[in-house]
Write a protein that binds this ligand. Structure first.
Ligand code: ADP
Ligand code: MG
Length: 686
């Protein structure tokens, strides 16, 4: 058996009960244990003389027990165990609280190591509740060294894990084979695996620990990226894609109500080149809110249709599906292209009729929600698969959709502004096109941050806009994770606006709990201008396009992430009129204020995303598993950008140089595949 695969039960001191707890942490094998990264370290390696102790610091001392432990009951009823100890330089009292059993382990005359915090107690110093161990005990794992601390689970202590790791290290000592061959390690200045596991868990020095951590971070990023590149290269050698023919779309372009921007033209060109190739397209189109991704998608679908294939477009909400359907229907008028809408909320009869047409190739473009990837949906001849607002779908859904055809071209669109460096990680398996320009004539959306004392003045301003024929969105305060509460607050908020401040106007309500039909009716009324103010929960966040709406007001704006605020703000400023975004918040959190102020200054999605990361951290911004990739365990994509780049270079070097086919790289190749497959499994479970 390969040493790494030994189950942890075989380690000394781990029985069935303990091993269950380890399983909870995802640790089943010795290798899992060795890759259970410490979350921090305590340096307990230096022994300090008792006379040098200062209050409020942590120390290790080596001392002899001068007298039997004393038991004292304090006035408040706390049981204090007091122990006088000394070394050659002085003496100190050690105290424990409510821990009678301590006494059983300590005798007068024992020489012990103590590690704990020194406190001032009256005139004297004491050491409080220290860990301790006999000086004679061999190879301590808990004291007198740099000691690791781990992510825990209930029932497992640092001591349990340290002991297990220590035994695992003893078992594997010097026997681990490195997946990185020596010349590769030299090239990227990586330390050897046996050195690294030792110094990751029980570092000899902090410097060695850093070398070990660097290697494991590199390894983690390297495996992820090599897997992604591997997928990408697999697509690119695949020679069985559909070769779409050129089609003269000038007449169609001419009919559009506007001219494409240069950025749109450039991206359309990139897409067309992909489509005409022998291998399937696999492209991400990234563009800030309002940059005009929809029309780019339509052009790709147009070309696909003219080649006699069907196009699918999957979107995250029914509102968006409906909207795209209406837009496309209008733009495609007179072309003879048949378009269908498939929604989860349709009656069985309607759905069957649509499916029938889709299956008989009586439909050319099919727009829908998740309903599209269900098993029973069968298409006649799929050539192109597009997902809009891709950040809402995981990698898995993407592949499920492409399984609906045989090697169709794939295109995903997102407005989620992911900082450039991170695109590699999140979309490492895709080619990326960027629409980096907004359509001309867009006015800057004036953004204001106010507290609720200014609300009435703001309402007056809204009335003026409404009186000029414009419309407004009011996004409800976010309430706790309960849909019912959210609904209550949304309804109350709407009624208050309608009955108190906006009597002569029509205030509508849109929330996630409504039936799809109701939502569509409301959106239709909004589109036709029958609703003046639409109060909504965040269901309107993605994609909604009503150019006549010029005001976006967001209550409790501090509760939203910056990227989300940017998405919401993107719902206005879509037409010729000056638009406004009002962020209402009474927060006194400094960071929240800084974030909201930033919104008033910046209108660039990428800058905003970067600021969001900086202020809230990657965990919160990206940890929502929306991206469908596993969370990194040791590397930190924000702070480890240098390693991210280094590992990316390494991956490219390996693939480009053909090294991966050399004999000494075979182990690495196998191991990379195995580990990446485990990552994919993890994704599938999410
Ligand atoms: P997003 O990239 O956020 O999906 P949309 O595709 O919804 O943006 O486009 C936003 C708005 O801009 C729509 O009203 C669309 O008709 C309009 N639009 C798109 N491209 C252009 C263009 N080249 N010139 C003028 N308006 C455009
Ligand atoms: Mg869109």
């Amino acid at each position: 058996m390969i040493i790494q695969n030994i189950p942890i039960q075989s380690l000394k001191g781990i029985g069935p009960a303990k091993s269950k707890l380890f399983h909870k942490l995802g640790i089943k094998t010795v290798e899992n244990l060795l890759y259970h990264y410490p979350r921090g370290y305590k340096d307990k390696s230096i022994i300090t003389d008792i006379r040098d102790l200062l209050p409020e610091y942590l120390y290790t001392i080596r001392a002899t027990v001068d007298a039997k432990p004393l038991e004292i009951r304090s006035k408040k009823g706390v049981l204090v165990i007091k122990l006088a100890v000394s070394d050659e330089t002085g003496g100190i009292n050690i105290v424990w609280f409510n821990n009678r059993f301590i006494k059983n382990n300590i005798k007068q005359g024992d020489e012990l190591f103590f590690y704990g915090k020194v406190k001032q107690m009256g005139k004297d110093l004491v050491m409080e509740s220290p860990e301790f161990e006999k000086t004679a005990s061999s190879a301590s794992v808990n004291l007198l060294r740099i000691v690791p601390e781990y992510p825990l689970t209930e029932g497992l202590t640092h001591k349990d894990i340290r002991k297990a790791v220590f035994n695992a290290l003893e078992l594997t000592a010097g026997k681990l084979t490195d997946i990185f061959p020596e010349d590769f390690r030299k090239r990227y200045q990586l330390s050897e695996i046996n050195f690294c596991v030792n110094n990751l868990h029980f570092p000899e020095t902090m410097f060695n620990m850093k070398l070990a951590v660097k290697r494991f971070k590199f390894e983690e990023l390297f495996i992820l990226q090599s897997g992604l590149i591997h997928i990408k290269r697999m697509y690119s050698i695949e020679e069985h894609g559909i070769v779409f023919k050129e089609y003269d779309e000038r007449a169609f372009l001419h009919k559009l109500p506007f001219q494409l921007t240069n950025a749109q033209l450039k991206v359309v060109e990139e897409i067309f080149i992909d489509m005409e190739k022998n291998k399937p397209m696999n492209r991400l189109v990234q563009g800030d809110v309002g940059s005009g991704k929809t029309i780019v998608a339509l052009l790709a679908m147009y070309k696909c249709t003219r080649n006699g294939f069907q196009s699918l477009m999957m979107v995250p909400t029914e509102i968006l599906a409906e909207q795209h359907y209406l837009t496309f229907k209008c733009l495609l008028e007179g072309t003879g292209i048949r378009i269908e809408l498939l929604k989860g909320s349709m009656s069985a009869k309607e759905k069957n009729a649509v499916l029938q047409r889709v299956n008989n190739h009586e439909a050319d473009i099919i727009i829908g929600t998740h309903a599209l990837i269900q098993d029973k949906v069968e298409f006649a001849k799929v050539g192109l698969v597009i997902t809009d607002e891709q950040h809402r779908f995981g990698v898995r859904q993407r592949t499920a959709l492409s399984d609906k055809g045989s090697n169709p071209d794939i295109m995903v669109m997102t407005a989620t502004p992911i900082p450039r460096t991170l695109t590699l990680i999140f979309y490492g398996d895709l080619d990326v096109s960027l629409i980096d320009e907004l359509p001309p004539g867009r006015k800057k959306i004036e953004t204001y941050f106010i507290d609720s004392s200014k609300k009435e003045r703001f309402y007056d301003f809204v009335k003026k806009e409404l009186d000029q024929g414009r419309q407004a969105y009011f996004v409800c305060p976010l309430v706790e994770e309960s849909e019912k509460l959210e609904l209550n607050s949304a309804t109350k908020y709407r009624d208050e606006l309608q009955n108190k401040y906006f009597k002569g106007y029509n205030v509508g309500l849109l929330h996630g709990k409504m039936k799809a039909d109701e939502k569509n009716l409301i959106m239709e009324d909004m589109r036709q201008g029958k609703i003046h103010i639409l109060v909504a929960t965040t269901v309107i966040e993605v994609g909604v396009n009503i150019p006549n709406a010029t005001i976006m007001a967001i209550e409790n704006a501090d509760r939203f992430g910056l990227a989300q605020l940017h998405q919401l703000r993107g719902r206005v400023g879509r037409g010729e009129h000056q638009s406004y975004c009002i962020l209402v918040s009474d927060t006194d959190s400094k960071i929240a204020v800084e974030r909201l102020k930033y919104m008033t200054k910046s209108e660039n999605g990428f800058d905003i995303a970067e600021k969001d990361l900086e202020l809230r951290g990657a965990g919160e911004v990206l940890g929502q598993k929306q991206h469908g990739l596993p969370e990194l365990k040791i590397a930190d994509i924000l702070n480890d950008t240098a390693l991210l780049k280094l590992s990316r270079d390494a991956v490219e070097y390996l693939y480009d140089s053909g090294k991966l086919d050399e004999p000494e790289y075979q182990r690495m190749k196998k191991e990379l595949d195995a580990r990446f497959n485990r990552i994919l499994e993890e994704i599938a479970l999410n």
